[in-house]
Design a protein around this ligand. Structure first.
Ligand SMILES: [Zn+2]
Length: 518
């Protein structure tokens, strides 16, 4: 197996500004990258934008711009947004990048050579929104099911990728690899698409330049450009260095595609068939998430409920928003966002629970132990319980992250936070400190919660990188992440040496007092 973990987001379509859906996928990719890197794996994080296609020419025309100027402008906005939010991609790809154009033409050449491309006359109903000819199943009352607009009758000669010859192979591959497409519901959806009579056929992969010249030219017929999906999917190869970078195959061996459920068909069917035709091994995982509903409605431009990540940062801080996204969506299912839910979640978990543990521990360490991690006295069952809770969280986080269950990972971490808070309440060092004979007990208590906080901060680092860094700094170990290995290092008790200087600092997550909706 590859020792690489290479995560991809879809290349976003720059016909709108970054919203909650894009932000979610990118945040999950960033979190997974950070975790796998701390687990000692080599990582690569790829994101970017899809520049081509008929839809872009439409919205660009409406904005009075050329397709290239329009796509470049919105792409730059995406790239800058992820940079500003500290989402650490290794490459931001644009499908107009010269190496991508080369990679697409290379794949087209290989697939053509292999005899998997045919020139055919085609007559049918075409939806501009979908950028393809529709079948009966795609329509309701004569309108495109997805776009609720009437398709146009069109007749065209085009190149077809004879994808259907790979359907049996693909169905077998999916049956043989339980986690190839996950969660299971999407695996079953793809198997249903591949069943005979589902209406899925060969894929038209060209557009005549006479009606669309915004795209990548076919290497075997210069009168045509490549269909946008065929072009877009290949970004996952280009971005990892295909075909020239010597490391591309190693990176590809550990590839994890993250997508939303709206683009299951191209990723679950087109893409593995394309890879097969090009003689490339299938991807390792396709992991499909649900939709965010905002104020109980689907996110849409016309409803104005897109939720800008920049606005969330201004109002609540990005880590609060990031925490909500990771904690409140179960990967694969739809989830709901409202500002009230965010405020409730952040106050309960981050301000009251984690924030309270950190401030109590650090304040009492300052007051009773001169701001240094104390030398512990005798330990007993209560101390062992806290250590066990932290170790258990470390193992659970590792399993949950590998199963794409960030919300469960966070639940586990917060069970460890609960355990430490309960322990602190049980020992009540603020009372014990009044009795000089219980001085050793106070030291043991604060030593124990300091160790626990260290483990918690390490585990939180992939999810809340800024807060975790702040916490480690206050515990006097600002460089802990540089050498840490997860999950083992989070379980190491006594790793925070007695005598280490700690600092109190301001509230890690101030309680949000203002009403959410103003
Ligand atoms: Zn449509």
């Amino acid at each position: 197996m590859s020792d690489w973990f290479s995560v991809t987001t879809p290349i976003y379509y720059p016909n709108a500004e970054p919203h909650i859906g894009h932000t979610y996928t990118t945040v999950v990719a960033d979190t997974l990258t950070r975790y796998h890197r701390l687990a000692g794996e080599k990582t690569f994080f790829l994101t970017g934008t899809d520049q081509h296609g008929e839809k872009i020419t439409e919205v660009a025309a409406a904005a009075g711009e050329s397709p290239s100027a329009f796509a470049a402008r919105i792409s730059a906005l995406f790239e800058q947004t992820w940079r500003d939010l500290g989402l650490g991609f290794d490459r931001f790809i644009r499908t107009t990048d010269p190496d991508h154009v080369r990679a697409v033409q290379h794949v087209l050449g290989v697939v053509h050579e292999a005899g998997d491309v045919e020139f055919r006359e085609y007559e049918g109903l075409y939806c501009v929104g979908c950028e393809r000819f529709l079948t009966e199943r795609d329509m309701v009352d004569g309108l495109c099911r997805d776009h609720e607009r009437a398709p146009e009758p069109r007749s065209e000669s085009n190149y077809f990728f004879t994808m259907s010859k790979y359907f049996d192979w693909l169905a077998d591959h999916i049956r043989d690899h339980a986690d190839f497409i996950r969660p299971e519901r999407y695996r079953n959806e793809v198997l249903a698409m591949l069943r005979e009579g589902s209406g899925l056929e060969d894929l038209c992969i060209s557009r005549p330049k006479s009606r669309l010249d915004w795209g990548i030219e076919l290497p075997f017929d210069r009168d045509y450009v490549c269909y946008v999906w065929f072009d877009a999917l290949i970004n996952y190869l280009t971005g990892l260095g295909y075909p020239d970078d010597p490391d591309w195959e190693k990176r590809w061996g550990g590839v994890e595609h993250l997508i939303g459920k709206d683009i299951l068909k191209p990723h679950g069917v087109f893409w593995p068939c394309m890879l097969r035709a090009a003689g490339i091994a299938p991807y390792r995982h396709l992991s499909v998430h649900g939709y965010w509903n905002v104020d109980e409605r689907k996110v849409s431009k016309s409803l104005g409920n897109m939720i800008s990540p920049g606005a969330m940062r201004e109002k609540y801080g990005f880590e609060a928003f990031r925490y909500f996204l990771l904690r409140d969506m179960s990967y694969g299912l739809d989830a709901g966002f409202t500002e009230e839910l965010l405020v409730t979640r952040v106050n309960a978990d981050l301000a009251n629970n984690l924030g309270n543990l950190a401030s109590r521990t650090l304040n009492m360490t300052a007051r009773y132990c001169d701001g240094r991690v104390p030398e512990p006295g005798e330990t007993g069952d209560l101390e062992r319980e806290v250590a066990d809770a932290t170790a258990r969280a470390a193992d659970e986080v590792d399993a949950a992250v590998r199963a794409l269950e960030a919300h469960r990972a966070l639940e586990s971490i917060f069970r460890a936070v609960d355990a430490a808070n309960r322990y602190l309440d049980a020992r009540a060092p603020w009372k014990a400190a009044k009795d000089p004979e219980r001085e050793a007990e106070v030291r043991t208590t604060l030593y124990t919660v300091c160790q626990s906080l260290r483990g918690i901060a390490l585990l939180l680092a992939p999810f809340l990188p800024e807060a975790a860094a702040t916490l480690l700094e206050r515990l006097g170990i600002p460089d802990a992440l540089a050498t840490a290995r997860l999950p083992e290092d989070a379980k190491r008790w006594d790793a925070l040496a007695a005598g280490t200087a700690t600092t109190k600092g301001a509230a890690l997550f101030p309680r949000i007092e203002s009403p959410a909706a103003e």
